[in-house]
Design a protein around this ligand. Structure first.
Ligand code: ACO
Length: 427
């Protein structure tokens, strides 16, 4: 693109190239700014900063569009599986029949964790949050695979190993938290069916796979599989940019995901709905509270850094939630509160003016709850879903010859140079 951006500083004019993405997204390339001018840009929360170019996910927050490798999320949710979508994200294209078979087979072959690692679970207190266990376990995997200290060492083995083992670790941590014996993966089951049986089977009884539950889980994981440069993905990229290994980078991503403003929001949504239900708070009163800046309360599951219209993932989940609740004959008062809350918020000028709509987490918590997944496992589910996105970004970054170690700058606002004062002379 020949368009240039001009910047005038202290009377001097500088030109910077304008970059155009494949969906006409525009950016000013300021990579030479400091060298040319001595200035840096200041952009708290990176709201205007593109850290990279990327060909993985496209999203348009104003129009509510989300596509993985060009394919609309609605089509993937309807027609694909989580395993196929993972392949698409990581390798760039939908797999052919043979590629999908091989990929699925390697997921099956890597589903066990080293027996020694099982003892790690015993070291955690019963009340430990499964995200703490998950992140430490993933980092510990690096101790078992010292031959994979570089992202591209046996990449095609590291990918299924991590995807498959994360699911096993997640299910084992749940079983440990409820004091049940762990259930091993079974090779004849699909990725999602296997997770459900590891979570819910008990040794004494046969476990029957429910196809609707398997479908719902596939959809949930597909919808969470990538969301371009979000907090956890940016963390994975930043850690990976130091050439840390894949387990270390993903473990850092899991920790970034844990916070209630990111992946922890689905747990926060259920806790919020439960507290409204238990206290008998009126929906309108709660909405007034979140609008009051002094209260510091937020309507969890509402608002998004990028989506300024209805999150397309929330739409799909809302429908799936109704299907599972009807199928399982569950009438959930929390769902009624959620629907009432959504209706009230969407017609309130505070939310309209600020473009605050339900995000993916508004309904994912209710769906997980309907599927029998406990609240403290919600963010773990998000991590299982987001893993292929993290790996895809790590791969893309490491393949890019222009990648540099991530190292933002700052504008210093502390004291200027001053002398050290001995303790006896200090006030
Ligand atoms: N409830 C009430 N007010 C809100 C909410 C909310 N959920 N979200 C934003 N606002 C208000 C803010 O108070 C602010 O108002 P002001 O302009 O009067 O000061 C305005 O809307 C803009 O909010 P910011 O926090 O500046 O928006 P930002 O883009 O930085 O934050 C975020 C996005 C963190 C997601 C925010 O909307 C939020 O906290 N939502 C609730 C938590 C949540 O659901 N997180 C999940 C995100 S999706 C995901 O990670 C998968």
């Amino acid at each position: 693109m020949s368009e240039k951006a001009k910047l005038i500083l202290q009377g001097k004019e500088y030109e910077f190239p304008v970059i155009l993405g494949s969906e006409n997204e525009k950016a000013i390339d300021i990579s030479s700014l400091r060298a040319k001018t001595g200035y840096i840009t200041l952009d708290p929360g990176y709201v205007n900063t593109g850290a990279t170019t990327s060909s993985i996910t496209y999203l348009d927050g104003e129009l509510g569009v989300l596509r993985y490798r060009g394919i609309p999320i609605e089509q993937l949710a309807e027609k694909s599986t989580f395993v196929e979508t993972s392949y698409l994200l990581i390798y760039g294209n939908l797999p052919n029949k043979q590629q999908l078979e091989d990929f699925s087979k390697s997921l099956t072959m890597h589903s066990m964790i080293h027996e020694d690692m099982k003892h790690f679970f015993d070291g955690y207190p019963a009340a430990a949050h499964p995200m703490a266990i998950l992140s430490s376990m993933v980092c510990s995997l690096s101790a078992y695979y010292p031959e994979s200290m570089n992202v591209f060492d046996n990449f095609d083995m590291q990918v299924p190993r991590l995807l498959s083992k994360l699911r096993t670790i997640a299910a084992f941590s749940y079983k440990k938290s409820v004091g049940h014996p762990v259930i091993y993966p079974q090779n004849h089951l699909s990725y999602c069916a296997n997770f459900l049986q590891m979570m819910f089977a008990v040794p004494a009884e046969p476990y029957e796979i429910d196809d609707d539950m398997v479908r719902a889980l596939n959809i949930l994981l597909i919808l969470h599989a990538d969301h371009e440069q979000n907090c956890s993905t940016s963390t994975v990229r930043l850690v990976g940019s130091s050439q840390a290994n894949m387990y270390a980078s993903v473990s850092a991503g899991i920790l970034a995901l844990w916070g209630p403003l990111h992946g922890g929001a689905n747990q926060a949504v259920i806790e919020m709905l439960e507290s409204i239900h238990n206290s008998g708070t009126k929906c309108a009163d709660f909405i007034s509270k979140v609008k009051d800046k002094n209260s510091k309360a937020r309507l969890m599951g509402f608002g998004h850094r990028v989506y300024k219209s209805y999150d397309p993932r929330a739409k799909i989940l809302k429908q799936m939630t109704d299907v599972i609740l009807a199928k399982r004959g569950i009438s959930d008062p929390l769902l009624d509160i959620a629907k009432q809350m959504e209706e009230t918020a969407l017609s309130d000028p505070y939310f309209i003016e600020r473009n605050l709509y339900p995000n993916v987490d508004f309904y994912s918590g209710i769906l997980y709850k309907a599927m029998g997944i406990p609240v403290n496992m919600f963010t773990v589910m998000f991590a299982i879903g987001r893993l292929p996105g993290w790996i895809a970004h790590l791969k893309e970054m490491m393949e890019d010859p222009n990648t540099k170690i991530g190292r933002p700058r700052q504008i210093y606002t502390g004291p200027v140079s001053r002398e050290y004062v001995p303790i006896e002379s200090r006030k």
